[in-house]
Ligand binder design. Structure first.
Ligand code: G6P
Ligand code: MG
Length: 222
């Protein structure tokens, strides 16, 4: 039986993945680059500076930006992102998530967050969900971001739970890769084209059902 669920934040618990995209899109526009949702798939789960680097690579003439200019762009992106985050509250928790958290608790499972965001604590707080979490891993705690497994292994280590007894939930390809590399059971939420490596895939959070996930987990690890 699984012992812990480790949740990604942006795009799983709430739709802040969209806010990250909208903020990056404005930054890109300022640089005369256009990014679409297809390109954005690569940015999901990727840290702020690494995301900026991926965007800058789209225009070779931007390869000489100074570190200071890059810092300014990243800071501006975060301001735009926070303007959007300031509008959210508990009504912005995605469908099915609070039910799943409650089921985890009822069954005595541990709950952790595994996010690459520096804003993770703030977002979770705005959603009113902090009290569910036994442990929170955010950008400040990992040296190697997703797809490296560290985000997920750090959470399991802190909880004192062996990796194969953990189930990770992710909306990004990098995140699913990180969960798999941690030797945990991966649940993907979203598009099959992006998340084909997930051990179990659903299209939307409304389809996340505790019993079903445990069933799939037990089937795979039997
Ligand atoms: C998450 C999101 C990414 C974002 C990263 C850093 O992983 O999926 O889109 O770039 O966090 O977020 P931050 O809030 O620190 O800029
Ligand atoms: Mg995500």
């Amino acid at each position: 039986y699984p012992k812990a669920f480790i949740y990604d934040l942006d795009g799983v618990i709430t739709d802040t993945a969209e806010f990250h995209f909208l903020a990056w899109q404005k930054i890109a526009q300022k640089l005369d680059i256009s990014i679409d949702r297809q390109f954005n798939e690569q940015l999901k789960g990727i840290g702020r500076m690494d995301s900026l680097e991926l965007i800058l690579k789209l225009d070779p003439s931007l390869s000489e930006l100074s570190n200071e200019e890059k810092e300014n762009l990243a800071n501006r992106k975060n301001e735009l992102y926070l303007e959007l985050v300031e509008t959210i509250d508990s009504s912005n928790v995605l469908p099915g998530i609070e039910e799943l958290l409650a089921a985890n608790k009822e069954q005595g499972l541990k709950i952790a967050l595994g996010s690459a965001s520096k804003n993770a604590l703030y977002v979770l707080d705005r959603l009113g969900l902090t009290h569910y979490f036994d442990y929170i891993v955010d950008a400040s705690q990992v040296s190697k971001g997703k797809p490296d497994p560290e985000t997920f292994t750090a959470a399991a280590d802190a909880l004192g739970i062996e990796y194969p007894a953990c189930i990770g939930i992710e909306d990004s390809a990098a995140g699913v890769a990180a969960i798999n590399a941690a030797n945990m059971f991966s649940v993907g939420v979203g598009d099959a084209a992006q998340l084909s490596d997930a051990d179990y895939l659903v299209e939307a959070t409304s389809q996340l059902d505790f019993e079903e996930i445990v069933e799939r987990y037990r089937h795979q690890t039997a």
